[in-house]
Design a protein. Sequence first.
Length: 308
Amino acid sequence: MVLLKLDAVSRDFDVSRPWLNRVLEGDSRRLLRAVDAVSFEIRRGETLGLVGESGSGKSTVARLIAGLYAPTAGRIEFHGRRLQMIFQDPYASLNPRWRVRDIVAEPIEVLHLENKSNTKKRVAELLTQVGLSPEDGEKYPHEFSGGQRQRISIARALAGEPDLLICDEPTSALDVSVQAQILNLMSELQQRLTLTYLFISHNLAVVSQVADRVGVMYLGRLVELASAADLFARPRHPYTRMLLDAVPDLEMSGKPRTPVAGEVPNPLAPPSGCTFHPRCPHANERCRREIPALVEAVACHAVQERRV
């Protein structure tokens, strides 16, 4: 069953200079297209990973789905009751003046999910569920480590009984050993509670552990969408291949690893045609002129023409 569907969703931001400056200097309005005609579906119970470099539009997609931004164009369909979000920085996403019990209880109280007499019991259950103790509810966020704070964030998200959890780089601010603990916790909770995740990350190693399917974004567009097994075994888009080639070779296979060449272009002045063409070793004149459509889950003229 499809839980979430995005149909050609775009989002523009007005980054113009102040009106008086534009009038005096003869400057025009400037629009930044952060998300450009993105379409995908998430089925109930699965995890879709979204990956890409900084500035690719991943977090904007998350905020569009959560309703923090309205789409400029396109349509978002959510066939559930509620969704919740786990943010990147556990140090910034928790109110430092509230006790943990109040932080976790807030969704329960706002959504009227329990009566007051049962809320305390429910908070204790949620804290236990994420590997903390009910007594931790009496403490403040500053008394916890980064990994523990992210567990509190997960408990708060689960308190709203969501059908969909949007995870916006939830482990990127944590140490590697703590990342593994949080990822294991999220996998256990998904199996136990039949949760659905949209998992956003720039770390392909992290995504490979949690995602059923993976979407690769570049400069606001979705350039490849495949099952995690297929994408990591047989990447098709040249950008996906470059991202995977940049991952450290932990198995010491001797295969050379190269960083992703070039830099993401200025989104205010994106290249014509395929926006990846200045960095692509397979680009030709058609790539410089024509925007590739997502055909058979990959947006690349070279792939469609069997040049790679």
